[in-house]
Design a protein around this ligand. Sequence first.
Ligand SMILES: Nc1ncnc2c1ncn2[C@@H]1O[C@H](COP(=O)(O)OP(=O)(O)OP(=O)(O)O)[C@@H](O)[C@H]1O
Ligand SMILES: [Mg+2]
Length: 261
Amino acid sequence: MTGSQTTALLSVRDVSLQYNTANSVVTAVSQLSFEVHTSDRFVLLGPSGCGKSTLLKAVAGFIEPTAGKITLAGKPVCAPGPERAMVFQEFDQLLPWKTVTGNIMFPLVATGMATAAARERAALYIEKVGLSRFANSYPHTLSGGMKQRVAIARAMAMEPGILLMDEPFAALDALTRDRMQEELLRLCADTDSTVLFVTHSIAEAIRIGTRILLLSPHPGRAKAELNCDGIDTADASGEHLSQRIRRLLFGNLVEEDTADD
Ligand SMILES: Nc1ncnc2c1ncn2[C@@H]1O[C@H](COP(=O)(O)OP(=O)(O)OP(=O)(O)O)[C@@H](O)[C@H]1O
Ligand SMILES: [Mg+2]
């Protein structure tokens, strides 16, 4: 569902992002525009270094665009806020001294929720990600996949307007990654979440996304925006889209290259 007839939830308009280093200015993203609508699973797909994480950090409000404008529900984004929850790639994004429940409660309580209500909300989302047996476990006792589930539960428990996910499954083994993708789709359907999802895997983009924005190599620029709602990775429509994305990203160089991580 793209909701193109409705007002965008997230609007990124002519956004450029730069880093000032000691010797130079690095342009990470150049004049990028796109819109995310409620219930979209909008995927940013591009090669390493094209500015995907930088862009997500700007949407989260951690860094400010050098040019252009980012608005959420019509309001300019200028600082982090609980309506944008982020899941990172790294397994160490959990607080090691807090249990699974404690990790999920932490941002809820920090943003003003009463402890009892936060505990109840945490239990609900722990159940949604299938970790009820581990509610009182500490992060160091969990596998990578379980830690990512906790991070997803923590972000979703905020019930944010938009969930920002930066390659959340990239460090997982292929089987766990496959299962987590399936689980995320189920959770999104269950909670009607809006997601901005970053990946450099074509297969993952097609599986997760309702829309995909292809980004050029460094600095990231929009190459094409594709609708992939309802396209099944397992059948001919998925294969056709995958080939099309390869051609758009790499030209004719990859006609014989079917590798995708
Ligand atoms: N703190 C920083 N200071 C200077 N340059 C940076 C900084 N962070 C990122 N960059 C540069 O900005 C560009 C985009 O980086 P970014 O991490 O956003 O890419 P990415 O698309 O997320 O890559 P990957 O897929 O490898 O995670 C790169 O050239 C990178 O070197
Ligand atoms: Mg990145």
